[in-house]
Write a protein that binds this ligand. Structure first.
Ligand SMILES: [Zn+2]
Length: 225
């Protein structure tokens, strides 16, 4: 399962938000049949997290629309909810995704101390989703590993994903720190793009407003290029 982030607005979708299943498209049904047959786990492509603000409207649309159409409808009817807030982009010294994760983990601890919240335990829990294509099926097809490092209830949440063409051949990767403490709702993330132009994280993407002391910690962890 994906971490509980609203598919419409990106907000925390932990309870009272919930997972909602929409009308299955043919490819969604094929996914469900495959998962059942091969006893796999993963996040169903017709199912999405919705936050407190969007879950009711989402449940109403669920019997009529597929996920894509429902998300378009929900975004159109709620212009106050930026679908995905445009991040501010900073160029940083490029680094492998593994180093980026190490630095984010240290940053979690430092931000927790700065904000006076308990530092969350960082324990990776990974869910693998197979993506059969061109006749290739698991374990010989591309797959995505979604990892959560922290409990979804933590005010500081670390989540990441790696999409692999095959074992050891990385297609894209991202790692995101979500900060949801009283008065602060922000994210700090980095990624390796799908276009394979680089295998290093060279940009820091920040959404929301960071308190200046936290912004200073972030800048210290990820020096500008
Ligand atoms: Zn929402």
């Amino acid at each position: 399962m994906k971490p509980p982030e609203c598919v419409v607005c990106g907000a925390d979708a932990a309870a009272p938000g919930e997972l909602v299943r929409f009308v299955s498209r043919p490819e969604d049904l094929a996914w469900r049949r495959r998962v059942e047959r091969d006893r796999l786990v993963g996040h169903p492509p017709d199912t999405a997290w919705l936050c407190e603000r969007h879950v009711e409207a989402g449940r109403r649309l669920a019997p009529e629309l597929d996920l894509d159409d429902a998300v378009s409808r929900l975004r159109a009817s709620d212009p106050s909810a930026p679908p995905s807030p445009e991040p501010r982009v900073t160029t940083i010294r490029g680094m492998p995704i593994a180093e980026f994760v190490d630095r984010l983990q240290l940053l979690v601890t430092r931000i927790a101390a700065q904000l006076g919240v308990p530092a969350p335990d960082l324990v990776p829990r990974t869910t693998r989703t197979w993506h059969p294509m061109d006749g290739a099926v698991a374990p010989d097809c591309p797959f995505v590993d979604d990892t959560t490092w922290t409990s979804p209830e933590s005010p500081l949440t670390l989540v990441g994903s790696r999409a692999w063409w095959s074992d050891g051949v990385l297609a894209r990767a991202h790692e995101t720190l979500l900060i949801r403490v009283a008065g602060v709702s922000a994210s700090v993330s980095g990624h390796i793009p799908a276009d394979r132009s680089t295998d290093r994280v060279g940009e820091l993407l920040i959404t929301g407003d960071l308190p200046s002391a936290v912004a200073a910690l972030v800048a210290d962890s990820f020096p500008a290029a």
